[in-house]
Design a binder for this molecule. Sequence first.
Ligand SMILES: NC(=O)c1ccc[n+]([C@@H]2O[C@H](COP(=O)([O-])OP(=O)(O)OC[C@H]3O[C@@H](n4cnc5c(N)ncnc54)[C@H](OP(=O)(O)O)[C@@H]3O)[C@@H](O)[C@H]2O)c1
Length: 321
Amino acid sequence: MLAAYAADLSPDDPLSGLVVGDRPEPEVPEGWVLVDVRAAALNHHDLWSLKGVGLGHERLPMILGCDAAGVDQEGREVLVHSVISSPGWTGEQTLDPRRTLLSELHQGTLAEQVAVPAGNLVPKSAGISFEEAACLPTAWLTAYKMLCVNGGPPGCTVLVQGVGGGVASAAIALGAATGYRVWATSRDEGRRQRALELGAEAVFEPGQRLPERVDVVLETVGAATWSHSLKSLRPGGTVVIAGATSGDAPSHAELTRIFFQQLRVQGSTMGNLEQLTQLVRVLEQTGVRPLIDRVLPLSEAAAGLAALERGEVFGKVVLTP
Ligand SMILES: NC(=O)c1ccc[n+]([C@@H]2O[C@H](COP(=O)([O-])OP(=O)(O)OC[C@H]3O[C@@H](n4cnc5c(N)ncnc54)[C@H](OP(=O)(O)O)[C@@H]3O)[C@@H](O)[C@H]2O)c1
């Protein structure tokens, strides 16, 4: 079957290790099922994998991709939940220290077929397209948990840093649709305008002083925006962090501000199966849909990943096998 996979790893030139070509059909262990992939979305995670972050040479070749929507062998339209628990784990999925995402230990979703644990399927609602559904399991689920589980209740003022990213653009659209007052920052004027179209109430340049302090900041940019995130919070406010695209060692950690203003720093990673199911319902009930930057054939995976690497995309890149 056709697949986009890591044949080699390179921290400096991640796309050099990418191959789009033939791979054997997936093996299906007991308790797992096969899904015919109709759409798969790209994430920054795929670039991290090609750089060798979270993926070692001993696991190559590895089919990339965390996100998929497709059809199971009984003909049901499904989303694939990407968090794979370790054998015997029964607690909260995202707290399993040995959990993995598809494409870390088990072959990923950028392929015609993917094998997943039977319990990792969520029904796709008919009103959501395969392309839209493929955006939900990683970026949208991460944004949903950051905002609605770890952030604060509707009505809060939420600052989203770096609007162009998949998680950030999802957080803006979801927040606006579910009753949050959303403010956002971006380095780029065009992206700031698009954030307004997505539902942000106000937009700012990175580091710009805000008209008032906010209840919650959603961080995925990391070092480049960390100091501003903490300065932007009201006393007792919460910064929820799920990523650090620009680096994870900020020059100003703002430790004094954290204790003196009694700020809460809340890490957040992916979400569980129940939260993915809730997210599908939120889409059904609000009508909000993932913003898709472009849909490409799987054979053009390299072009999609290159656009992601150059930071050119706004919303999600979706591949169709
Ligand atoms: N923990 C989890 O479960 C989880 C899940 C998904 C993603 N993540 C992580 O979250 C991060 C975001 O991923 P993503 O795919 O949504 O987006 P992304 O492509 O990594 O981009 C995020 C945004 O960061 C801003 N940015 C990048 N470099 C910057 C810099 N040097 N200075 C200022 N801003 C910068 C850009 O916004 P502007 O151009 O608009 O300024 C960009 O659109 C990644 O690190 C990813 O690994 C974590």
